[in-house]
Write a protein that binds this ligand. Sequence first.
Ligand SMILES: [Mn+2]
Length: 352
Amino acid sequence: MKNNIENLEKTSFDPDAPGVANGNFFGLPCGEQEADTVIVQVPWDATVSYGKGTADGPQAMLDASLQVDLFDERFPDASRMKVWTLPEEPGLRELNGRARGAAEQVIYAWEQGRSQESMAELCDEVNACSSELNAYVEHVSEKYLSAGKSVVLTGGEHSVPLGLIKALSRRYPGMGILHVDAHSDTRKAYEGFRYSHASIMYNAMTECAALGRITQVGIRDFCSSEYGLVTSSDLFIPFTDFRIKEGLYDGRTWKSICQEIVSTLPENVYVSFDIDGLSPEYCPGTGTPVSGGLTFSQADYLLYLLAMSGRRIVGADLCEVAPGSQGEWDANVGARVLFKLLLCSAYSRKKK
Ligand SMILES: [Mn+2]
C-alpha cells in the first residue's frame, strides 16, 4: 500500500474528525522528513507454532488506528505527534511465505516424532530467511536512527525486533528492556528455529551489545529452564503474573508495583510489548493466548509511570497482534496500545 501522506493538504487536518486513510497510523499528517518517529511494519509469522495470522497484524492495526481519538488527557499534544509509517517492504511477505512453508514441514515432523537430524535442512532454510529478515530490520532501523529518528516496530510474531534491539544496544550501552509478555521468550531456539518467536529475549541477551537489564512483566507460561535462567541471571528481573497478582491480593497498589518495576530499569529503555502480556480478552486472536495477564489500563499506567520517571524510551515494538475471528477487536486494542506507547515514548524523550 502506497503511503500518500506527502500529498495531503496538511492545513486541513482536523484531529477531532474521523481518521483519513493516508497510509499513516492514526491518519497523522506527518511525512517522512519531518517525522521524529518512524513506524516499521513487519508482517512476519514464519515460526509461529500455534495460531497463525500475526503477519496480518500491522495492516489490521493500521486500519483500526483510524478510529482512535487523537486525544489523551495526560498529553495535550497527542495529535501533533510527528509519526510517519513506512509502507510495508514489498519482499517481506514473500520471504515470510518461504520461511513459513519450510517451518510448517518442520513442525509437522516434530509432531510425528521424527528425529531432529531429518529436519536439519528445512530448519536451515527457516533460519536463513529469519536472518534475512533480521538484517532488513537492522538496516532500516540504522537508517532512521542515523537520521535522528526513533523507530517503533509493529509485528508480526515476536521474533521480529532483534535487528532494532541490536541497533539500539550499540547506540545506548547498558540499555534496558521492559518486556511485557505472557511468555519469557528465553528459549535457546524452539522447534529447531534459532530466531523463534519463543527466543527473542535469549537472542537479545546473546547477540546484542551488552544490555543492562531485561525486566519481564506478566510472565505466566514458561518452561523450567527459562525460569532457571531468569531467576539466576543478574540481567533478568521477572515480575511474573503470579507475583504481581500476589502483591495485589496482599493489598499492594498497582502504582507501587509499577514503581518497583520501573526502578529496575536503567536510563535508556526499550519497550518490547507482546500483546499476549494482556489478558486474552484483549487479544483472543493472538498466536499463543494465555489466561491471566494485565488489563489494558494496568499496562497503560505502567508505560505512563515509565515515561514520568525521567527514563528515556529509546525504541519499542508491539508484536503478536493477530486479527482473529472476533472482527477487528484485536487490532482495535493493538492500535490503542500503540497509541499509548507512542505518546509515552515521545514524552519521555522530549524532557531531555
Ligand atoms: Mn508471548
